[in-house]
Design a protein around this ligand. Structure first.
Ligand code: FE2
Length: 389
């Protein structure tokens, strides 16, 4: 037996933000990021719908990219003072992830952040509030995952906090909200969706439902990502990418990810490289690395009209360049000297990242370093490049 972990209620489609009118409750805190939700008018719309529902609202604004535990504690304090029965994460995944951790500290003011880093240790939630996720980017699928990524700035490490307790009660997937997303964010987050679909499909967790979602999400990305980068106001394409993001999130919430994410978490924390951008650099070479351990890549190749594992890897490289994304880590201005200095550190962290355990091929430290080096230069990974450790 296995249980499908999914957001409690899912509303999707252009304009579905208005479902907030039907929420039952007394008080809500909306947690959001910089100013994009305010500027686009989405925040005001959300407040108006909640007011119509008879819900008093307070706003916590200013969650930064890659939110820190300090921001989460600050938000929790404000939430504690207001005592809401709903917490609403509105915006990019940073805002929603931070809101999830604020929720934990609201319910458990003495919770230990360090202890929660261990998977599935978040205590039972929903004693004080329930959670609504309204994403404005089509990427992490955090609206239906039990995951929140929090960064420890001092250590330069990103911690994925993993617990099904964190899976939202309500997800609102409204493509209209994404129309204001800048092209580079659209591209990076869309490539993250693509990576979720591929990694969930080949993970070592067998799950027929996740498989179908992965294939469907992958097809939507290949059919819509380029369009939405070039024509940001195409709301149908926006909704398609938003649905794909949800599908990828739902797939990996149940089948998990692999070493693309393990590798990516480290360069995100250390160098600030956008998650989807580094994923798209690592993904084709990880496909080549994993090819000997799984026969599943050709299934995905067929979804996009290709045949072989290598054709799938190349199609991803083509899509990546069509939307003007980087093809090498060095393009982010990291010197070879700096890279060599940090390589052991990031490879060791990638080896123990929670995602590594779900990869179809168990990597060695030397193999991770070889993948890192190939992707630093933007060249094809070859087994011969692995140096015996
Ligand atoms: Fe991701």
């Amino acid at each position: 037996m296995s249980k499908l972990f999914i957001a409690g209620e899912v509303f999707h489609g252009a304009g579905s933000l208005d479902e907030l009118k039907n929420i039952k409750g007394k008080k809500a805190v909306i947690v959001t990021g910089g100013s994009s939700m305010r500027k686009s008018g989405t925040l005001d719309k959300a407040i108006a719908y909640l007011t119509e529902a008879g819900i008093e609202t307070q706003i916590f604004e200013g969650v930064e990219e890659d939110p820190s535990s300090a921001t989460c504690m600050k938000g929790a304090e404000m939430i504690q003072n207001f005592q809401p029965d709903w917490i609403i994460g509105l915006g990019g995944c940073s805002a929603i992830d931070a809101a999830k951790i604020m929720w934990v500290f609201y319910e458990y003011p003495d919770a230990d952040f360090e202890a929660m880093i261990k998977p599935f240790t978040v205590p039972v939630l929903r004693n004080k509030a329930k959670f609504i996720a309204i994403p404005s980017t089509s990427g992490t699928g955090t609206e239906t995952t039990g995951l929140a990524v929090i960064t420890d700035r001092e250590k330069g490490v990103k911690y994925p906090i993993v617990s099904y307790e964190l899976t939202p009660d309500i997800a609102i997937i409204d493509g209209e909200i994404c129309a204001s997303m800048p092209a580079h964010v659209t591209a990076n987050t869309g490539l993250d969706v693509l990576t979720h679909c591929v990694e969930a499909y080949v993970s070592n967790i067998e799950n027929n439902i996740a498989d179908a979602l992965s294939k469907g999400g992958l097809e939507l990305v290949f059919d819509n990502l380029k369009e939405v980068v070039e024509n940001p106001n195409n709301i149908q394409a926006r909704q398609n990418m938003h649905d794909a993001s949800f599908m990828g999130g739902l797939a990996f919430n149940n089948a998990w990810l692999g070493i693309v994410h393990s590798l990516s978490h480290q360069v995100g924390a250390l160098y600030g490289i956008p998650h989807g951008a580094s994923n798209a650099i690592f993904l084709p070479n990880v496909i080549r690395f994993n090819a000997q351990a799984t026969e599943r890549y050709p299934d995905l190749a067929k979804v996009i009209g290709k045949e072989t594992t290598e054709e799938l890897a190349q199609a991803i490289e083509t899509l990546r360049s069509e939307i003007n994304n980087q093809s090498a880590i060095k393009e982010f201005g990291i010197s070879r000297e700096d890279w060599d200095k940090n390589l052991d550190y990031i490879a060791n962290n990638a080896l123990v990242d929670p995602c590594t355990g779900f990869n179809p091929r168990v990597p060695s430290l030397e193999e991770l370093k070889a993948i890192y080096n190939a992707c630093y230069e933007g060249v094809v990974y070859a087994e011969e490049a692995v140096v015996a450790g």
